[in-house]
Structure formats: structure tokens, C-alpha cells
Unconditional design. Structure first.
Length: 354
């Protein structure tokens, strides 16, 4: 199960019409030049160093708290805190995968496997392979793994092929979406272990060693800091909230947006990324909670752009889209989920009517 992979007012709904003029390399080039001249593609090593250290201290604080109050049911209050910190950890791994943190590939990989495999039990190699394919062809039903038919159906064509239990599930998938995200954290771990069969040599050895180390360390931490019953409830609460947090960060960004026609015109980079992505408006708190992924358009246009620069690039991207007549979709935090759920509900409509 993978949920990861996302207008009445102009920025609240899907773009009303697909621009007819094909995208060309020259459409993106002026924007790229502007962003480079502003220094927005320059790396922010100090910012990421502070972020990594702060997150590590937070994780250490939770572990200390578990050791101090593990005999009490009050320890469960630390599970939501740990879930939020694990989401921060995932965002750091995400940024490392996009080479946002360092210009050195080996350094990015070390940061990625530490935060992904060791701290979260999620395979960095699996995620990087899947996520790069998503970035290359967002919302493309034949090429984007984030909209491949799995537990959920993302298009009417996918829904039409479902029968039996799967059809009944798809009829009501909008109602089941958020409950399913509670399992996402565990699903991502299972996908990582399954991907080891694809990997070979040194990569498989490193990935598998760190994944096993995470499982052993997590179980040991729980059983040495609290009674078994507390540990089971803590783990269930922590993993469910972690999955929910990841689902809330990833789901609104593309679900319900334009889907490129495999047999239609070929979009260039600018249109392909802008038309398939949705931004979420908000404050710096929104930026923090969603790990900068609320600037999904800017992130897709410039995957290696450091997270703190995404907000700064937004005005240039909006201006270029206005100049070319390309719809730039942006909506509020709550409305973004409403749009995702409405899309899933509409996909299941033919099955409810049959």
C-alpha cells in the first residue's frame, strides 16, 4: 500500500483547461536563469546541519523520556512526539535523496541511509528509485509509481477493472483514505525489505544491515524502557501517527491534478511539473509541518533546491506561469485534503452507481 505520492477560486480546484501551446525548453530556461541568479540553487549546509542536529537532539530527548517514565502509561504521551520527529527524519532523508544537502553524492547517501534505514527502517535505495521515477513523470498513469493501481484507484480506468472485494473497497475509498494512512509507516518498511531482492552487492549489504539494526534497536528500546503491554500500545500509536503524518505531507501534492495523456502532446519540464502539482498555502508552521513539500510546484521544478529556498522561489515561478498562461494551483491546508478526497470519491462513483 503506497499513498505517497496528493477551481472555484482560481487556485482552489483543478485547472479549468489544459494549455494548448506545447511546452518547450525555452519556457523553462528564463525561469532557471532567474533562480540561479538569485542564488536559490546554492546549498544551505549550515541550515541543514542545524536541522539535523536539532532533530537528533529531539530524538535523544524522547529516548531519555521513555527511559524515565516508561513504567507509567504517561509514556504514551511521547508517542505523538516521536511520530512528528520521525517525520522530520524522513524529510531530511528526502532532501538528501535530492542532493539538496550536499554536492557530494556519497555524503548525501550517508545522510540518507542513516535517517532512512537506521533511524526509520525505510530503505533509502528503494525510496530513491521510486521517487525519482515519480519526479520524472508525475501523475503519468503508466510511468509514475505513486499513481499505479494498488490499494487505491487514482483514475476511472483503474477503478473500472476492479471486481469483487476490491471493487467494494474502491467504492468507498475516499472514506478509507485517512484510516489507511495509519498503516503507511509499516508499509514503507515492508517495501524496503522486499526491495532487497532487487539490490545487489555492497548496496544490499549496507541496506539490509541498517534495516535489521533499526528493527533490533527499536524493539530493544521499547522492551528495556517499558513493560510489554506499554511497549505494544506505544509502538502501535507511534507507527500509526507516523504514517498519518507522512500521508498528510505527501497526499495533497498531486492527487486530483492533471494526468498527462500517454497518447497526447508531450509536455516539457515546466508544464509537466506545474500542471500536475498543487501547492498548499500557509505560514512557516505549515512549511515546518509539511517539510517544505507544500511548495510542491517549486520542488518539482527544482528538485535539488534546498528546502528553505522553495518559498523564496515562489514569486518567480508564479510570474513565469502568468506570463505563459499556465495555471498555478495553490490552495489552503484543509481544502487540499478536501480536493484529494473528492477526487478519490469521484473515481469510485461508477462503481457505486453499478
Amino acid at each position: 500500500m503506497s499513498l505517497t505520492g496528493e477551481s472555484a477560486p482560481p487556485h482552489a480546484e483543478k485547472p479549468a483547461a489544459r494549455p494548448s501551446r506545447p511546452d518547450t525548453g525555452s519556457e523553462f530556461t528564463p525561469l532557471l536563469r532567474d533562480v540561479k541568479e538569485q542564488g536559490l540553487l546554492d546549498r544551505r549546509t549550515g541550515w541543514y546541519a542545524r536541522t539535523i542536529v536539532t532533530n537528533a537532539l529531539g530524538l535523544a530527548g524522547v529516548v531519555a523520556g521513555m527511559a524515565l517514565v516508561g513504567d507509567s502509561w504517561w509514556v504514551l504521551a511521547l508517542a505523538p512526539v516521536l511520530a512528528v520527529l520521525c517525520a522530520r527524519t524522513a524529510f531530511i532523508g528526502h532532501d538528501a535523496g535530492h542532493a539538496q544537502i550536499s554536492g557530494n553524492r556519497a555524503t548525501n547517501r550517508r545522510i540518507g541511509v542513516i535517517h532512512g534505514n537506521l533511524l526509520l527502517g525505510m530503505s533509502y535505495a528503494w525510496w530513491n528509485d521510486k521517487h525519482n521515477r515519480h519526479h520524472a513523470n508525475p501523475n503519468h498513469v503508466d510511468k509514475d509509481p505513486d499513481v499505479a493501481p494498488d490499494v487505491l484507484a487514482f483514475t476511472s480506468g483503474q477503478a473500472a477493472t476492479r471486481v469483487g472485494v476490491r471493487a467494494r473497497f474502491t467504492r468507498h475509498q475516499a472514506w478509507l483514505f485517512f484510516p489507511l494512512t495509519l498503516l503507511e509507516g509499516l508499509a514503507l518498511k515492508l517495501y524496503g525489505f522486499r526491495d532487497l531482492r532487487r539490490q545487489t552487492g555492497r548496496e544490499r549489504l549496507q541496506e539490509s544491515t541498517l534495516l535489521v539494526a533499526h528493527v533490533a534497536g527499536y524493539v530493544t528500546l521499547l522492551l528495556t524502557t517499558m513493560p510489554l503491554t506499554h511497549a505494544l500500545v506505544f509502538a502501535a500509536l507511534h507507527q500509526a501517527l507516523f504514517g498519518l503524518h507522512l500521508g498528510m505531507a505527501f497526499a495533497p501534492n498531486h492527487k486530483g491534478m492533471e494526468t498527462p495523456d500517454p497518447d497526447g502532446e508531450r509536455w516539457g519540464h515546466l508544464r509537466r511539473q506545474v500542471l500536475t502539482s498543487r501547492n498548499i498555502k500557509g505560514s512557516y508552521l505549515t512549511d515546518w509541518f509539511l517539510g517544505g513539500l507544500n511548495y510542491q510546484i517549486e520542488h518539482h521544478l527544482f528538485p535539488s533546491m534546498p528546502r528553505p529556498h522553495l518559498r523564496l522561489a515562489q514569486s518567480a515561478v508564479k510570474a513565469r506561469c502568468r506570463e505563459l498562461g499556465i495555471p498555478y494551483t495553490e490552495t489552503g491546508f484543509v481544502d487540499s485534503y478536501r480536493q484529494v478526497l473528492r477526487h478519490l470519491h469521484e473515481v469510485g462513483e461508477p462503481l457505486r452507481a453499478s
